[in-house]
Write a protein that binds this ligand. Sequence first.
Ligand code: AKG
Length: 237
Amino acid sequence: MEEKQRLARSGSAELDTALIALRDRGFVVIESVFGRERIAAVVQALADIDRVKPLKPHQPYLPLVSPLTDDDIARHPRLLEIVRAALGDDLMVGPVGLHRQDPGDREQSIHRDRRQLFDLPFALPVYAIVIQIALSDFTEENGATELWPGSQWLPEDRAGDRAATARRAAALPSCPLTMSAGDVCLRDARLWHRAGANRSDEPRSMLVVQYERDLQQSKLVRFRERKERSRPQKPHS
Ligand SMILES: O=C(O)CCC(=O)C(=O)O
C-alpha cells in the first residue's frame, strides 16, 4: 500500500517505471546516465590508482579520490530519486567498489548480495539496492551479469548453500544484463545473479555502490526510548 501511494505521488514517468521494474523484476536499467567523457575520467582514475597499487578484480573499497568520490557517482540525483522512493529517506550508503571480469574469467556461482531478512514463507519489500555503473559495454561475450528476474521474492536456501540455489535457478529463466558504458543498473540486493564468463579479450568493468535502509539504527533508537520510559524512578534521598 505504501509503495502504491509512493507511485501515485511520484508524478515522473521514469520514476514510476523504475519502481515497478525494481519491484516486479528486481532490477531496472537507466540508460546513458553518464556520458563518454565522464566514464573516461573514471577509467583513467582507476588506471592511475592501479599504477601505484594494483587493483584487485573485485575491490569492494576503492581509494577516496576524485572522481570516485564526486557527488554524481554515489549520489547521482536521478539514481538517488529512485533509491529514496524505493527505500525511504533513512538510508545508509556503502563504499564505491570495482567489479572486473578479466579475459578468461569463468562465470561466478549464482548468489544474492543480501539475504532475505527473515526465514518466513513470504518476502518483505526491498531493503538494499546495488547500483552497477557500467564502465565498459556489457555483452554476453564479455561476461555481462546474468540475472534471475523476480528471484528477489524467493525464499532463502540454507546459509551458503550455493549448490541448492544453482539447482533452483536452473529451472527458472535468466537474462543477461547487456548495457552500454555509462548505463546504470539498480538491482534489489536479494536478486539471484552472477558475473558471466568473459570470452572476449577485453576486461568488463563496473563501479558498484550499495544503499540500504537504516534498519539497525532505528531499532536501537526505539528500544532506548522505550527503556527510558519504563525505567522506575529512584526516590529522592
Ligand atoms: O561482476 C558482476 O557482474 C557481478 C559481481 C558479483 O555479483 C559479485 O562479485 O558479488
